[in-house]
Design a protein. Structure first.
Length: 256
């Protein structure tokens, strides 16, 4: 009788633990490709359906690159100048951009925009930057950054559909001629966003994952002594949902 009760308790405990494990949110592993040099608007992937696409750090109109519309952060001009007068704003805490949240961690613990009181941006009037399409120049001209040792930017996507395959792209660029600066994405891919020459271009990373939770976290970390971490733009695409043209053909085929 005693053993029977113990067995029932063990079974109940195992069921409880398994239920807890099943309900827990373990982020999927993103398969990141190697860093790619920014070259042309065709860098922007169009497979699947756009879930979220943002250019960050500015209050400018939306920009379209290779058919993808990158919305803008309308909060970017709302905070005035920081105490140093260099950046257009410094803001601790989080920024919500559609289904994404951008949070600074470590370092200064603030999000700074990449333009200052004299109108300087992370763009340039020199080639090859100036040779890019106007839309591509727009999304690469502004940024959020955090700096000092331990600086990170944490990008969190929510409202994902479990079981769907997603593609994410991140851009880091500073064409002003600063010395070599880079950050890592999830500790896997290193993006060189400043290489020392006026007009030079940064890099972007592309990754894919199958959602096993409704949220996915991506961490960018500064590299080197300066430990500057920077993000100019990002997009998230659902590869599971057929493109509109594909869906139309499927519907037409089904009606024959």
């Amino acid at each position: 009788m005693k053993n029977s009760r113990i067995n029932k308790l063990v079974v109940a405990l195992v069921v409880t633990v398994l239920a807890a494990i099943q309900g827990a949110s373990f982020a999927a592993v993103i398969s990141w490709g190697s860093a790619q040099n920014i070259t042309a608007a065709t860098d922007v992937v169009t497979n699947g359906v756009t879930i979220s696409a943002f250019q960050v750090g500015n209050g400018l109109p939306a920009a379209t690159v290779n058919g993808v519309t990158f919305l803008t952060d309308t909060n970017a001009v709302a905070y005035g100048n920081n105490s140093g007068g260099y950046n257009s704003f410094a803001h601790g805490g989080q920024f919500v951009l559609g289904n994404a949240t951008l949070t600074p961690s470590g370092g200064q613990g603030n999000l700074y925009s990449g333009y200052n009181t004299s109108g300087q941006s992370s763009g340039s009037g020199s080639a090859p930057f100036i040779s890019l399409s106007s839309g591509y120049q727009s999304i690469l001209s502004w940024d959020y950054f955090n700096f000092n040792p331990g600086a990170e930017l944490v990008l969190t996507f929510d409202s994902l559909t479990v079981g769907h395959q997603y593609l994410v792209q991140l851009w880091s660029n500073d064409s002003r001629g600063y010395s070599s600066r880079s950050n890592t994405v999830d500790g896997v891919t290193t993006l060189l966003f400043a290489s020392g020459g006026d007009g030079t271009l940064g890099q972007f990373a592309t990754g894919t994952f199958t959602a096993n939770a409704t949220t996915q976290v991506i961490t960018l970390t500064g590299v080197g002594g300066a430990s500057v971490v920077q993000l100019n733009a990002f997009q998230l695409r659902d590869l599971t949902i057929p493109e509109p043209s594909t869906m139309f053909l499927m519907l037409c085929g089904g009606g024959l």
